[in-house]
Design a protein around this ligand. Structure first.
Ligand code: URA
Length: 484
């Protein structure tokens, strides 16, 4: 690395600056101070970056509060500080590492970038490489947090459920990653406790709390049986690679993962299970569920198609177990996946309005979907709905049929073509079959109409026309319900 030319008024004065960061992950603060110091030509060896709880710098005369007061002010004609987007992205992440030298390193590279704006392209540069390593370690830690946080349910005094998780991050990622969990579990009340601080979401606001201890988090609860049966069902002994598994799921996290407790047993029985799987064929025979609780457990553990690995959980139906009316949608959406309930998002709200207007009480219907998992693709930070394929709908019929066999509704309302396929096992055109009942094998009537999300995508005259047809379809169903 070439020696840096030190120039400017502050360099000449030889002052040493101690910058006290208010929090170990405060990248914005570092950036602000770094920018000012660069504009004042303060070279890296004249700055100490001190984290809360860190030891002060012997050469910096000023204490924590005085140091900030004595920060130099950039001259009015100071040149703007240059930093590529690539540097900022890496630096933002690297700043969350626990390496005490990270802020100094970032400042050194920012300093050098002023003279060599292409520095970040130099993959052989040891400082650039070190920043990349730090950022990579932080990214990996965040990935582990996404994958290994497990919430345990506790009841608040007022009876509302609160989900609490314990996690031990290697780096200062908790605050940065809180947004991920907020999006994922927006409608839940949850807390993530860690030795580096805690975050709490009450459904509306995020709060930060002090570091916690493992004992502060609840232990086992029934939610864990689901994780265990889920993990056992996706564990494929034929693909067992212990090394790869350990690197993806380090032992350190096992104690927090209910499913990990069965790993030794799964490994031990892997060969026997592999032989049994070969004998039984890929798709193992499973007993048809006879209760809705069995449907819920079975669908949660089902891995018969690839969608099951997409969403957070299987969302099964809800409503009275002997409902006269069963309403079938396509698949849970983003909000349904988070809330674990069908039709709670925008399409569900529109459906509720139309049901109400037609005189149908949603609470008296059993509401479910043809497909139990949310199929989506990431677009930036958003999960975009993707339609299930005919094969996926057919595969999931096992669970829909089981629900119908249990509820035995007299009328089924299928919303959209996927729901109709889920009911009939073949594709029909909604426009050709709407407005009249189709007799099902058990004598129930199937009514098919459009999906409410179709209305949400329309506007103007088309929306008015389609809304009227939808309302008429619901009115016909209402009439049939009243016919008994
Ligand atoms: N769309 C559906 O088909 N089902 C839901 O549960 C939500 C949106």
């Amino acid at each position: 690395m070439a020696a840096q030319k030190i120039s400017g008024p502050y360099a000449a004065l030889g002052a040493h600056y101690a910058v006290h960061l208010p929090a170990p992950d405060d990248f914005a603060f570092w950036r602000d101070r770094a920018r000012g110091l660069i504009q004042c030509d303060v070279p890296p060896d004249r700055v100490s970056w001190i984290e809360p709880g860190g030891t002060g710098d012997l050469f910096a005369a000023e204490g924590p509060s005085r140091s900030d007061k004595r920060m130099p002010s950039p001259p009015a004609d100071a040149r703007p500080v240059r930093a590529s987007q690539h540097f900022l992205t890496l630096a933002r992440r690297a700043a969350l590492h626990t390496d005490p030298a990270r802020f100094g390193l970032l400042y050194q590279v920012l300093w050098r970038l002023q003279q060599g704006p292409r520095l970040m392209e130099d993959k052989a540069d040891s400082q650039v490489r070190r920043i990349e390593e730090l950022a990579k370690a932080v990214r990996r830690d965040a990935h582990k947090m996404h994958a290994f946080v497990r919430f345990r349910e506790v009841a608040e005094e007022d009876g509302t459920p609160h989900f609490v998780a314990w996690f031990e991050p290697d780096h200062h990622i908790v605050r940065a990653e809180a947004a991920f969990f907020m999006r994922r579990f927006a409608n839940m009340r949850w807390s993530i406790l860690t030795p580096r601080g805690s975050v709490h979401w009450d459904g509306e606001t995020m709060h930060e709390g002090p570091p916690a201890r493992a004992e502060d988090a609840p232990g086992d609860d029934p939610v864990e049986d689901l994780w265990r049966s889920y993990y056992a069902s996706i564990f494929n002994p034929a693909r067992l690679k212990v090394g790869a598994m350990l690197s993806e799921m380090p032992k350190k996290y096992w104690k927090n993962l209910p499913e990990a407790q069965i790993i030794p047993q799964l490994i031990a029985g892997a060969q026997a299970r592999e032989a049994a799987m070969v004998a039984a064929g890929e798709r193992q025979e499973r007993a048809r569920p006879v209760t809705l609780a069995e449907v819920a457990q079975g669908a949660a553990a089902c891995r018969d198609c690839a969608i099951a690995d997409c969403g957070t959980r299987a969302v099964v139906g809800e409503g009275p177990h002997a409902a006269l009316l069963m309403i079938v949608g396509e698949q849970p959406g983003d909000q349904e996946d988070v809330a674990a309930r069908p039709f709670v998002g925008p399409a569900g709200q529109l459906l509720d309005e139309y049901l109400h207007a037609a005189g149908i009480d949603r609470a008296s219907a059993y509401v479910t979907n043809a497909v139990k998992h949310f199929k989506f693709t990431w677009k930036g930070k958003h999960r975009l709905h993707q339609s299930p394929s005919a094969k996926e709908i057919d595969t999931c019929r096992w669970w829909l049929d089981a629900e119908r066999a249990f509820v035995r509704p007299r009328i089924v309302l299928a919303l959209g073509a996927s729901a109709a396929r889920g009911m009939l096992g073949r594709t029909v055109s909604v426009n050709q079959v709407r407005g009249r009942p189709i007799m099902l094998d058990d004598g129930a009537e199937l009514w098919v109409t459009v999906h409410p999300s179709y209305l949400l995508r329309l506007d103007g005259v088309a929306r008015v026309e389609q809304a009227a047809l939808f309302a008429a379809d619901l009115a016909a169903v209402r009439e049939r319900l009243g016919a008994d």
